[in-house]
Every structure is written in structure tokens, then in C-alpha cells.
Write a protein that binds this ligand. Structure first.
Ligand code: AMP
Ligand code: MG
Length: 361
């Protein structure tokens, strides 16, 4: 299959540029498109065989559900059987934007879209290309991230092309995305709102609108979730992983960079290809391996935006080992760490002094 790349001219008429893409969606075909979080791989959400194509293009396990993208609030009622008052408030406050809300589904939503679950994940993206594609196609668009299953999510059209070339008919190139990590997922299908995936919209922000909000215990820990909650099937699969072995190091800045340099030097001596992922704050002190700059701790947005590109870069460089500093902090960096821990298969070296560690427990 030929994969056509369409470069979107944001100054020009969007409708015209998306005509072909919208027709593909209506025909049950796949189109990759930019959103404000990451690139999505879209198909008609209400067409079972179209959704099935997503799974085969990504090589994704079929019980890992998709997110249904809408362009208008009224479309929630096409897929959700019941919308609690708190969920309405959350949607009005944060949509369009990087938040996915899980509700009980209507029968019309095919099992192929929800991975057989009785709930449906819904998001209204703010990216103009995503919104225009939904409108022009006249369909709700089911989409996961447009990467091969297990690989880092794509934040540019070139990332999508690397993974999807020959597997899908079209990629809409809207330039690099803004946020760079996937949407926050909040499950509002039960009595207590539960965050299943941290993202740009924080728990604190959600609590202001929805009252008490819990975080799924499997989400934020430093250890691999042993028993996976059936509600969040995506959690049990390997995610975001580069081909080399990623190891995270946490602790006081000076000790972290010292340890990273020692580990990197050791592996280099063994003849292995080594990379170091470092923020502005320590990047000048990298002394071994290829140093990859991930952004600035004082500006977490830069780190979220660079994360997946850096992970993909480690593959292009053919690195065997990658050592990275950790970002255990509140807010957006917590969402970054959630991805990094998965990408590292939870390999984490802690250099916290015992006292501090005990205090933190
Ligand atoms: P992706 O955008 O590639 O991360 O894929 C969509 C994510 O949404 C996956 O991690 C899914 O597990 C999650 N998701 C979608 N629908 C549901 C649902 N009904 N319940 C729980 N998680 C969901
Ligand atoms: Mg994904």
C-alpha cells in the first residue's frame, strides 16, 4: 500500500485539503492526523471493521480500547448511555483539550472500538486539523496513537511515517504537535472519578471541577503494577519503549549525573553504544556516551514535548543502553515519568539518601 503524506497549509482552506482524507474515513479506511497531544491513527468509530484495521496496522492487542474523538459536545450522547453531572462540567471546562473521559457506552458503539468493554473513552481535541477531519468526514473518529504497538508515540508526521509506511493510505502532516504526551484519562463511569493515565490536565485541575478524584494505584508507582486493573487494559502492555535498554536514575542532581557518567563509561568500555538523556540543568556535565538533550526542568512543557522524539532518536543512533535522569515531580513531569517508567520497563536506580527516602514513604 502506498502511504500518501499530505502537508497541511494552516493558512489555507482546511476543508478542501481534507476532502480526500474525509472520504477515506467514510469508506472505513485509516488516516493518521495531528492532535494537540500526539498524532492519532483514525478510523470511523461506529464501523467495526474500520476499527479492526487500526489494530492490524498498529499490531495492537485487540483488548486495548481506542479513544473516540468528537468535534461537538452534542456528539457525547451518540456514544455514552449516561452522562453524570460532574462529567458534563469536566467536559465543558476542559474541552476541546487534552482530556479523555470514560463513560458507560451505548450499544451502538461497536465492541471493536472499546475492546469489548462496556465503557467508551471520549475526547474532543483542540487541534484544528483533528476537528476539521471529524467535521468533514461526518463521523466520530476512533484513534489511538499512530505508532506501532509498543513504540514511542509519534509527535511529528515523520514519526508516523517511520512506523506506518505501507500500512495506511494517508498521513496528514500538520507539523510537530504542541503537548507531546497523550491525554489525561479520567474514568467517570463509576461512583468515584479515577485517573487512569496522567497527562497535561492535572488531578488538582480536575478536582476543582469534579470534587474528589482518585488516581488509579497502578498509575503513578515506581514499581511495575503487579495486578492489572481490568478497567485500564492499556496499562498491561509494553509501551513507549526504545530498542535499547533504558535505565532511570533518581536522587540528588550531583549524584545522578555522577552515576550516569560512571554507568555510561562502563558500558562504553565494553564496546556498547550508550546514550544519556539529560535536562538543561545537567546536560553540560555529561562526560560519556551520546548526550541527548530533553529540555529544561524549569520549563516542564519542553520536556513533555521532546520526550518521544528523544526516545526515537536513541533508536536511530542504534544505542544499546540509555541512562536518563528522573523527573519525579508534581504536575506535567509526573505524567512524563509515568511514560518514562513504562519505557524503561520500571528499571530505576535510586540514589536517595535513606533519611530522605524514609521521609518520603
Ligand atoms: P493510546 O492513545 O494509544 O494510548 O490508546 C488509547 C488509550 O485509552 C489506551 O491506553 C486505552 O487503554 C485507553 N482507553 C480507551 N478506552 C478505554 C476504556 N473504555 N476504559 C479504559 N481505558 C480506555
Ligand atoms: Mg498509544
Amino acid at each position: 500500500m502506498q502511504t500518501e503524506m499530505i502537508k497541511i497549509d494552516r493558512e489555507g482552506e482546511l476543508e478542501q485539503q481534507l476532502e480526500k482524507a474525509a472520504a477515506l474515513i467514510r469508506r472505513g479506511e485509516l488516516v493518521a492526523f495531528p492532535t494537540e497531544t500526539v498524532y492519532g491513527l483514525g478510523a470511523d468509530a461506529m464501523n467495526e471493521s474500520a476499527a479492526a484495521r487500526i489494530y492490524s496496522a498498529k499490531g495492537r492487542p485487540s483488548d486495548n480500547p481506542l479513544i473516540v474523538h468528537i468535534a461537538d459536545l452534542s456528539q457525547v450522547d451518540e456514544v455514552a448511555s449516561y452522562v453524570p453531572e460532574a462529567a458534563r462540567r469536566v467536559m465543558e471546562q476542559f474541552w476541546p483539550g487534552p482530556l479523555t473521559v470514560i463513560l458507560n457506552k451505548k450499544d451502538a458503539v461497536p465492541d471493536g472500538t472499546t475492546g469489548g468493554l462496556k465503557t467508551v473513552a471520549i475526547r474532543m481535541p483542540s487541534h484544528p486539523v483533528a476537528r476539521a477531519l471529524i467535521r468533514e468526514s461526518g463521523r466520530l473518529i476512533a484513534a489511538p496513537s499512530a505508532n506501532l504497538s509498543g513504540r514511542p508515540s509519534p509527535t511529528t508526521a515523520d514519526h508516523v511515517y517511520e512506523d506506518m509506511k505501507g500500512r495506511i493510505p494517508m498521513i496528514l502532516d500538520g507539523g510537530p504537535v504542541g503537548i507531546g504526551i497523550e491525554s489525561t484519562i479520567i474514568d467517570m463511569s463509576g461512583p468515584l472519578p479515577l485517573i487512569l493515565r496522567p497527562g497535561y490536565i492535572s488531578r488538582e485541575q480536575l478536582m476543582e471541577v469534579a470534587g474528589q478524584v482518585e488516581i488509579d494505584p497502578a498509575v503513578s508507582g515506581k514499581v511495575m503494577p503487579e495486578k492489572v486493573v481490568a478497567k485500564a487494559p492499556g496499562m498491561k502492555y509494553r509501551h513507549y519503549a526504545p530498542r535499547g535498554q533504558l535505565v532511570l536514575i533518581e536522587g540528588p542532581e550531583d549524584k545522578v549525573i555522577e552515576k550516569i557518567n560512571a554507568l555510561a563509561a562502563e558500558k562504553e568500555k565494553e564496546g556498547l553504544r550508550v546514550g544519556v538523556i539529560a535536562s538543561d540543568e545537567i546536560v553540560d556535565r555529561c562526560s560519556a556516551g551520546v548526550c541527548l538533550h530533553i529540555g529544561s526542568r524549569s520549563n516542564p512543557e519542553t520536556i513533555a514535548a521532546r520526550l518521544y522524539d528523544v526516545l526515537r532518536e536513541t533508536d536511530k543512533l542504534g544505542l544499546d543502553y540509555i541512562y536518563s535522569e528522573s523527573f519525579f515531580e508534581k504536575g506535567l513531569l509526573d505524567a512524563v515519568m509515568n511514560r518514562m517508567l513504562k519505557a524503561a520497563g520500571y528499571r530505576l536506580i535510586s540514589l536517595q539518601p535513606d533519611v530522605e527516602r524514609r521521609a518520603a514513604e
